[in-house]
Design a protein around this ligand. Structure first.
Ligand code: TUI
Length: 310
């Protein structure tokens, strides 16, 4: 079954969590355009998450969900807020959501954790989640080691639940590839950064449009929090310090609050401009509706062409 049928939405697309970016308003815009919008709890407090959920409910009558960033200090409280607010779908990232799963299941929520490898995918299946999101290292933000091409196949072979592909998907050819690998749908983040509805600072959007194929880098691999961002002065300094053996606390100087600097202040030199490797193929600002329409039409064209070649 395709992801859109599972969720009761138009397209087999879910939006990436995008901490500090995916507000209630943005998630509603994604849902109204036919995907599954997700409120990114990553940059919020438990109270502001509640507010964003309430805002989202007023702006869409379509399904939406919440993405919980499991490294967040208030994640226990947030796991309860989403139950209290009657949120129907939760995706998780940057950790193992095992301890929350029983309560979420009791409340009939649809649970879709991001998994960076087969072991966690199997574990999640055994705990009764509805689907897993196999997110490759091409993604923006916090990343694992495996590529989407290798991860999705291995996860799809290992579990019996639906698999959603993430990382490296921003046009119809990549979407067709995701289905070919065994996915039932795709999660996208970077291509939505360049949407007219996306509330990031215009300078961040401009940096997304300008970035080329090789313009992202992963910081924090050594410190244990690998995060893919667009190369800038902060990234270069971070990687230099990291290679020179700077300790974690020293490195945090560069990253602390740096996503907020990028998103809200448009600080493209010292801010953390999270984006995936697809950033080099994004050249225009479009509405979310246009992005989804083009992606799906491109996917249909690709499949048609491949069919004719058989
Ligand atoms: O979570 C993400 N992407 C994110 S979170 C984020 S906020 C942030 N800001 C600054 C520093 C760090 C994070 C920005 N982008 N994607 C989902 C994802 N989850 N990618 C990788 C993982 C993951 C990694 C290890 C999930 C589970 C895991 O295993 C944990 C375990 O215990 O087995």
């Amino acid at each position: 079954m395709k992801l859109n049928e599972m969720l009761g939405i138009r397209y087999p697309f879910i939006q990436g969590g995008m901490a500090n970016i995916a507000t209630g308003e943005f998630a509603a815009a994604v849902s109204n355009a036919g995907g599954l919008g997700l409120i990114g709890a990553g940059g919020m407090s438990a109270d502001s998450l509640r507010e964003h959920i309430r805002t989202c409910k007023t702006l869409t009558d379509k399904p939406f969900g919440v993405n919980l960033m499991l490294m967040h200090p208030q994640v226990d409280e947030m796991a309860g807020v989403i139950v209290e607010e009657g949120v129907k779908v939760v995706t998780t990232g940057a950790g193992n959501p095992g301890k929350y799963i029983p309560v979420w299941k009791e409340n009939n929520m649809m649970i879709m954790p991001v998994v960076p490898g087969v072991a966690l995918a199997r574990k999640m299946e055994s705990l009764g989640v509805d689907a897993v999101i196999a997110e490759g290292t091409e993604s923006g933000g916090h990343v694992g080691e495996m590529t989407t091409m290798t991860l999705v196949v291995q996860v799809a072979d290992a579990v019996h639940i639906p698999v959603i592909a993430a990382g490296g998907i921003a046009d119809g050819r990549q979407l067709a590839a995701a289905f070919a690998l065994g996915a039932c749908g795709a999660q996208m983040g970077t291509c939505l950064l360049a949407s007219s509805e996306c509330p990031i600072h215009p300078a961040y959007k401009e940096a997304v449009l300008k970035a080329k194929d090789n313009d992202t880098v992963v910081t924090g691999r050594i410190a244990g929090t690998p995060v893919r961002i667009i190369k800038n002065a902060m990234a270069r300094e971070y990687v230099k310090q990291e290679k020179a053996g700077a300790d974690k606390l020293e490195l945090e100087k560069y990253t602390l609050g740096s996503l907020k600097k990028a998103v809200f202040d448009g600080d493209v030199k010292m801010g953390s401009l999270m984006a995936g490797q697809v950033v080099g193929q994004i050249h225009d600002i479009k509405s979310i509706e246009e992005i989804f329409e083009e992606l799906y039409a491109g996917y249909e064209n690709t499949v048609r062409k491949l069919g004719q070649e058989l």
